[in-house]
Design a protein around this ligand. Structure first.
Ligand code: SF4
Length: 239
């Protein structure tokens, strides 16, 4: 269990990020209060950027507006709309399979339980956490590459395994702020705490961060000393 001091530091970090990113939210587009469209966007976002997903979903959702339309479609139909994304064939197959399972087993409603979501094709633990937190307001924090990286740097966890990172963050942070923490950590990782060059000099929570594994900025390299000029050779006077 974390100590009171560890919890207090984690709260300072959360408050600092909330002040810096008050508008932090999920960056995938989907119809409000539509867990199916959120699920589709989340499945499509695996190894693709949110911006890339947002480019293809308007036409996809116009053609296939709900879970029953996806269940009746063929993977090839879905592929036609998502070809610009990586792994598009697998994703199309997963989405049609997930829609068919939701219609067959859950009466056409996206299940609210993480374990049931994880049974759907294309939906892993991280995606299930994103869906239950964003669509159903459940206290969950999905650990993606940004959340894991910045949490380790800040010293909020020492774990690499996403499920262990999630457990550490859940123990440190108030349950009602887990979704907010998820969004702020992602926004922070995308905008300031970059993987290769974290911009610590403009970081709002620098004083609370342990900077685990972060190289101090390189000290200015000293100019190399010029090699001494070779002494002029005396030449014999011409005769
Ligand atoms: S101080 Fe640096 S390493 Fe720590 S969270 Fe901020 S940007 Fe990342």
């Amino acid at each position: 269990m974390p100590t009171t001091q560890q919890r207090a530091r984690a709260l300072k970090i959360l408050d600092g990020l909330a002040e810096r990113f008050p508008e932090a939210k999920i960056e995938l587009d989907f119809r409000a209060h539509d867990p199916w469209q959120l699920l589709v966007a989340v499945v499509l976002s695996a190894q693709s950027t949110d911006a890339g997903v947002n480019k293809v979903t308007p036409a996809l959702f116009a053609a296939l507006p709900d879970v029953r339309a996806f269940a009746a479609a063929t993977p090839q139909q879905v592929e036609g709309y998502i070809k610009s994304l990586g792994l598009f064939r697998n994703k199309a197959k997963s989405l049609v399979g997930a829609a068919q399972a939701i219609v067959a087993k859950h009466g056409g409603e996206v299940p609210r339980a993480r374990a049931l979501l994880e049974e759907l094709p294309g939906v892993g633990a991280k995606s299930a956490a994103v869906i239950v937190a964003n669509a159903f307001g459940e206290p969950a924090i999905a650990v993606d590459t940004h959340v894991g990286r910045v949490s380790r740097r800040m010293g909020l966890t020492t774990n690499d395994d996403p499920s262990k990172v999630e457990a550490d963050l859940t123990a440190l942070l108030p349950r009602e702020r887990l979704l907010e923490a998820h969004h702020s950590l992602i926004w922070h990782g995308r905008r300031i705490c970059h993987a290769r060059k974290p911009r610590c000099e403009e970081c709002p929570i620098e004083r609370w961060c342990h900077k685990v594994g972060v190289e101090p900025p390189a000290t200015r390299a000293r100019p190399l000393k010029r090699p001494a000029r070779p002494a002029r050779r005396e030449t014999a006077p011409r005769r």
